[in-house]
Design a protein around this ligand. Structure first.
Ligand code: DAH
Length: 340
């Protein structure tokens, strides 16, 4: 019996196996129900008691060397199969990477910036949290003006002196405070109004403000600049008209419409049957506003304008519901390429 064990020990030492199946076969051969150990134990039971301790020890030694061998084989198999997994196939075609797309509001915003920067307008920004002075007072809003109401404006809970800006006209004030004329700048940004959310209104939206101050700036300059913008944005043939309006910070004030046409039923709906669509508010900067901001209205004059980016994006992309710009539905956002 001891010789049998010795033979097995020698055999085990030189055993090789590379696959999991081969290793399992060895395990079964030795440790299985009908394996070598089963036979040895059967023989062991027949032994005289005095031989049992020595033989038991030999069997245990054999058992541990079998187990050690199996472990060794397993771990070397892991290493080699690990190696094969890491082998790179450099000829394999690359997987597709899905590129994101820019948000339609960002695309239109950039297009507006590009159009105005071609005629010398810089880009300026101001804070979204504003005080009464920058959002209202310096822009000639009378104290009792309804826009200051809680209904329209989000005031800060912690400090009722501060509010979320209701328009980007507040940036006009910041620019006039910090720069001397000539000033030629546009200010894109987010604005906030306490309004019920619907297909045509939202409590957050985007505007672009424009401000031009120099000597001898006239209403004709304003009209020509806006015509240039409309034609660059909506096409060479675009016609505009200016309708008299009222804003506290401009005098005279106007609203600019573009001729959209009446070619389809939808055109009748969006232009209310007139063919004209309102695009922005504008006017000559009120002398009171210049004065409030330290600019002499006897020397300088200027014009200002402000437009809603969502409104322009809705027209450009024929989007019927403003809320879509804020919902971040990938199926909607995917449709806009950043080229324009
Ligand atoms: N601030 C106005 C608004 O939010 C838009 C506007 C109108 C801006 C006329 C101007 C302007 O600069 O001259 O509705």
């Amino acid at each position: 019996m001891i010789n049998k064990i010795k033979e097995h020990l020698k055999k085990i030492e030189v055993l090789t196996a590379t696959t999991a199946e081969e290793i399992e076969k060895i395990r079964i051969e030795y440790l299985g129900k009908k394996g070598v150990f089963k036979d040895l134990m059967d023989d062991f039971k027949q032994l005289e008691n005095k031989l049992k301790p020595e033989m038991g020890k030999a069997i245990n030694e054999l058992k541990s060397s079998v187990q050690e061998k199996l472990e060794k084989l397993k771990s070397s198999q892991k290493v080699s199969s690990g190696k094969s997994k890491n082998t790179l196939d450099l000829s394999r075609p690359a997987g597709e990477t899905e590129a994101g797309s820019r948000h339609p509001i960002s695309i239109v915003r950039q297009q507006i910036i590009d159009i105005f920067s071609r005629i010398g307008f810089t880009v300026s920004e101001g804070p979204e949290i504003e005080d009464d002075w920058h959002n209202f007072s310096a822009l000639n809003f009378p104290k009792e003006h309804p826009a200051r109401d809680m209904q329209d404006t989000f005031f800060l809970d912690k400090n009722q002196e501060l509010a979320l800006r209701t328009h980007t006209s507040s940036v006009q004030v910041r620019v006039m405070e910090n720069e001397n004329p000539p000033i030629r700048t546009i200010s894109p940004g987010r604005v906030f109004r306490n309004e019920a959310i619907s297909a045509r209104a939202h409590c957050i939206f985007h505007q672009v403000e424009g401000l031009y101050i120099d000597k001898d700036v006239s209403f004709a300059d304003l009209k020509q600049t806006l015509l240039y913008f409309a034609r660059e944005f909506f096409g060479e043939e675009t016609e505009i008209r200016l309708r008299p309006s009222y804003f506290p910070f401009t005098e005279p004030s106007a609203e600019m419409d573009i001729y959209w046409g009446l070619n389809s039923e939808a055109d009748y709906r969006i232009t209310k049957g007139t063919g004209w669509l309102e695009i922005m508010g504008c006017g000559m900067v009120d002398p009171n506003v210049l004065k409030s901001n330290g600019i002499d209205p006897n020397v300088y004059s200027g014009y200002a304008f402000g437009m809603g980016i969502e409104r322009i994006a809705m027209l450009k992309y024929q989007v019927k519901d403003l809320r879509m710009f804020f919902e971040n539905d990938v199926r909607f956002l995917k449709q806009f390429s950043s080229a324009y």
